[in-house]
Design a protein. Structure first.
Ligand code: AMP
Length: 289
């Protein structure tokens, strides 16, 4: 049975009381509408920490587009059922006011947390304020739960760099990044996939195919310059009808705001594209097995 708490303060008290008795918490922050990608994080946290808690909170601070926030899928009852079956020990939710009571209902009074240098470029450039919103809620969640380890998905690559920055500055928790879970046709699982109309759902796997094309070029032809690899991705995406926001390369060890120049010795390929009105992101390490 998963303990369900409807207020963050109750979760903080529960975590503190159990920690005093020796519980090591693994923590998976989510925005709900859970799928196998989230559950893979929960199972890994359970395996590695023994006790796992999940937060479900659609964080308004990280939405730069009010329409996106409004139509973001929500299904808390379904989430609780899935979490029970995945071995989650505790799930909690809450409102912005409950997470930041000191702001007294005025979101502009919430103290922003610096997301660090990885917030520059790509998602950070296209979604102003997004990573500040992520860093602010993640720090607050870490303060409430005080987990030993926190689990994040590689699908949100730039976010993992921001979260690592936040954890480094505050001195924990240990951040564990887990592989991206995909549908059989390669589309990365995402809560937003539920919003795709069938004809766009059919076209959306082009994002993964474009990433694979970049990896093939990386492996096959020693073709290791960012513009060339990006061209390969754009060629695949152009046939799909998706509206591409970026198809870009970055050095995974040294994040840069702009595209890296010259020959790359390591690379992650990243794509953001709209399928109908739905914005999808994905990425792939090109130099990994
Ligand atoms: P979200 O609910 O979209 O904020 O995601 C919560 C966590 O689940 C984040 O760390 C995501 O990176 C992770 N996640 C989302 N989709 C996937 C996926 N397909 N595979 C692995 N992790 C994922």
């Amino acid at each position: 049975m998963t303990l369900r708490l409807d207020a963050p303060a109750a979760a903080r008290e529960h975590c503190a009381a159990t920690r005093d008795k020796g519980t090591r918490w693994g923590f998976v922050p989510t925005m709900g509408a859970l799928h196998e990608g989230h559950l893979a994080l929960v199972r890994r946290a359970k395996r590695e920490c023994g006790t796992v808690c999940v937060s479900v909170f659609v964080n308004p601070l990280q939405f730069n587009d009010p329409r996106d926030l409004e139509r973001y899928p929500r299904d808390f009852e379904g989430d609780v059922r899935l979490l029970s079956s995945a071995g989650c020990d505790m799930v909690f939710t809450g409102t912005l006011e409950q997470f930041f009571p000191e702001a007294q209902g005025a979101p502009q009074a919430i103290r922003s947390v610096d997301p660090g240098p990885a917030a520059l470029g790509l998602e950070g450039a296209l979604r102003p304020g997004h990573f500040t919103g992520v860093a602010t809620i993640v720090e607050r969640l870490f303060d409430f739960v005080r987990p030993e380890c926190a689990y994040f998905g590689a699908k949100d690559y730039q976010q993992t760099l921001v979260v690592r920055h936040v954890a480094r500055v505050r001195g924990g928790p240990r951040i564990v990044v887990c592989p991206t879970e995909r549908a059989p046709d390669g589309l990365a699982l995402s809560s937003r996939n539920a919003l795709l109309e069938p004809s766009w759902r059919e076209r959306a796997p082009a994002i993964h195919r474009a990433l694979l094309a970049a990896r093939e070029a990386w492996r096959g032809e020693s073709l290791r310059a960012a513009p060339e690899l990006a061209r390969r991705m754009h060629a695949v995406l152009a046939q799909s009808g998706l509206s591409v926001e970026y198809a870009a390369l970055r050095d995974p060890e040294a994040w840069t705001e702009a595209d890296p120049r010259g020959a790359l010795s390591r690379a992650v390929a990243l794509i953001a594209a709209r399928a109908g009105g739905v914005r999808l992101i994905d990425n792939l390490r090109l130099d990994a097995e």
